[in-house]
Design a protein around this ligand. Sequence first.
Ligand code: URA
Length: 232
Amino acid sequence: MPRLDQLLASLGYGSRREVRDWIGAGRVSVGGRPATDPGARVEPGSVLVDGGPLDHPGGLLILLNKPAGLVCSHGTAEGPSVYGLLPERWRRRNPPVTTVGRLDKETTGLLLLTDQSALVHRLTSPRHKVPKAYRATLDREPPAEAEEILAGGRLVLPGEGKPCAPATLRRLGPLEMELVITEGRFHQVRRMFGALGCVVLGLHRVRFGDLELGSLFVGEWMELSINTFDKT
Ligand code: URA
């Protein structure tokens, strides 16, 4: 069982020192009694802060409809990041909340965030072949043989030796495509269409595994059960 002060600090309530002050001020209870010992080993479910249960002590999994113009990195050097959309307490958690893979700054759509590193690994490892579907708007029509090249795993990206894993291309309109891939190489979709002679003018992720955005507006997020991908 974790120490009370460590538990609260790791869930983003404040520094160890700050949470000790909260304990001293009587804002924390354990098992229905005011907590007095910051070092006590506690069951997270028995802890209340200001009378309320702890904020996701078992981990976080978030589904975000990413807007254009936000980066997926933690730093601010490349501009505002998706983390700025989340509640401040979640941004202070440790282990930190990170994106499951990344979308480019101008790519929109389905983005997952979690504090479970094993889940990130499982969902991004090409070994697990989790399908990710993208809608792309192109500057020109891909060649007639594009479907076959992609499905056959015969597309090699410039500068890479290993061909991309088989991918499915569906033409939704002359310049509107859906591409489903199971890897997550750097700028992969843009580079795949680039290798077919097309420039991607707009890119939106519509599916991740079986998950879709549903009625989430751009910039909105929702919490998912931490067990969502248990069978993936
Ligand atoms: N492939 C890209 O090129 N960009 C993304 O954001 C995601 C996949």
